[in-house]
Design a protein around this ligand. Structure first.
Ligand code: UDP
Length: 439
């Protein structure tokens, strides 16, 4: 293996385009993860190609992010947005175009890192066809998700089977939290190799502005008590719980309270429908005077919003990791989050924020109030959060861990295992020869 192939990696994210605007329907944490991991790996000397599905004719087929990092959009199915639950049937075309891209460019990817179950299927095909090794990050587990929703999609049984298959077959699975690893083991399979490497965040960008300056920039009063939500509009994100909790706040009628809900949406699409539903609840509860729907917040303005807030709330019904929590913590803003999944790993209860039972309006209301009513404690929680992110969740640190993992997997087979294989195959030969003799 030459040095170029050693440092080449394909990140495959069929439905999560790393080069598009984040914060709208189906574009969230996975897109941010792939893009940031890709760019940080390129900094470490990897040739990074990030493969995704092309969703319109106008989109460039190749977007160059830096000298060794690019997004490559492959045709797979119609050139339009397709919800993720309907993409599976187009994956053979994705594999086909991936192979054609390799031939055209004289490249073979010895190692692919797949993201979400759809891409995991692509990775398993590449392993069958050309022995590419596979690292996989789930981002979401069907076995967990289907416990939290009422309408199970038709694709569910295929997804569950693929998720089990990849856990057992991939060279390595990357769990982003111990909680996710535990779910894989208890709900998917006891077989397979799992490493824990968390998601990360940009610790230079988040935390680069102080509260006063951020408020001045956004025109928010110094005395205001600001509660912030950032994320997609999806019923499972629990925005309704947050709105109802703020409605119960002791500060509800103090004139100082402000609720900011940040996240993009398109009218008529599923996120637009959820936003309309939330707006209706806000109106019904008479909260519109102090509630702002900020729309999609670009990654450039986000640090200002996090810094301006007294508390950031992540009320998800379930969250495999939850980037928003670490972005807020990196901005020295305490987090009130649901006591579920990766949030139990990122948010340390009573130290960097507070955990509350998911969908429990009273628990969220009292957690939010405890922080809003104690500014000194708020600052202590904020500082501890910043420290936790610096030590555990920087993209650089995450990329270093992934880089080590990839390098280990790309090493030629160690002699010991070759010798073991030799002994085993010799034993087999001896056995069958003995059998023949007896017969
Ligand atoms: N995000 C954004 N602008 C918005 C809303 C969200 O850039 O208006 C980003 C947010 O900063 C975070 C990601 O989208 O990086 C959401 O990731 P998370 O893991 O919290 O949730 P997911 O969307 O993956 O469920």
């Amino acid at each position: 293996m030459n040095s170029t192939t050693e440092k080449r990696i394909a990140l495959i994210s069929v439905h999560g385009d790393p080069a598009i605007e984040i914060g709208k329907e189906e574009a969230g944490g996975q897109n941010v993860y792939v893009r940031n991991v890709g760019e940080a790996l390129a900094q470490l000397g990897w040739q990074v190609d990030m493969f995704t599905r092309k969703v319109s004719l106008e989109q460039d087929s190749i977007v160059k992010h830096s000298d060794n990092c690019r997004t490559i959009r492959l045709k797979a199915g119609p050139l339009e947005f397709v919800p993720r639950d309907e993409i599976f049937e187009f994956l053979p075309e994705f594999v086909d175009n991936f192979l054609k891209f390799q031939v055209k460019n004289g490249i073979k990817y010895e190692l692919v890192h797949t993201n979400y179950w759809l891409s995991s299927w692509v990775g398993m095909q590449l392993n069958k066809i050309q022995h590419s090794k596979q690292v996989h990050t789930y981002h979401s587990l069907g076995a967990v998700k289907y416990n939290t929703i009422e309408n199970i999609p038709q694709i569910a049984s295929v997804r569950l089977a693929v998720e089990k298959d990849v856990l057992e077959k991939a060279e390595r699975i990357v769990a982003t939290s111990p909680q996710e690893q535990e779910h894989m083991r208890s709900l998917v399979s006891t077989k397979g190799n799992i490493d824990i490497i968390p998601c990360g965040t940009d610790i230079q960008r988040f935390g680069s502005i102080a509260r006063e300056a951020a408020r001045a920039e956004l025109g928010i009063d110094k005395e205001a008590k600001v509660v912030l939500y950032v994320g997609r509009f999806d019923p499972r994100k629990g925005i309704e719980t947050l709105v109802r909790a703020v409605n119960e706040s002791e500060l509800r009628d103090s004139k100082n309270l402000q609720l900011i809900i940040g996240g993009g949406s398109t009218p008529g699409n599923s996120d637009g429908i959820e936003r309309a539903r939330i707006e209706q609840i806000v109106n019904e509860l008479g909260m519109s005077d102090f509630t702002t729907f900020a729309g999609r917040l670009s990654q450039d303005i986000l640090p200002t919003y996090y810094a301006a807030a007294d508390v950031c709330v992540v009320p998800s019904h379930y969250e495999p990791f939850g980037l928003v929590a670490i972005e807020a913590m990196a901005s020295s803003t305490p987090v009130v989050a649901s006591d579920v999944g990766g949030l139990q790993f990122t948010v340390v209860n009573e130290e960097t924020g507070l955990l509350a039972a998911p969908q429990d309006v009273d628990a969220f209301a009292s957690a939010i109030d405890r922080i809003l009513l104690a500014p000194e404690w708020r600052d202590e929680l904020g500082k501890a959060g910043r420290k936790r992110v610096e030590t555990k969740f920087s993209w650089d640190g995450v990329a270093h861990q992934l880089s080590e993992l990839y390098s280990e997997l790309l090493q030629p087979q160690p002699v010991a295992s070759t010798a073991k294989e030799l002994v085993e195959s010799t034993a087999e030969l001896v056995q069958s020869a003995a059998k023949e003799l007896v017969e």
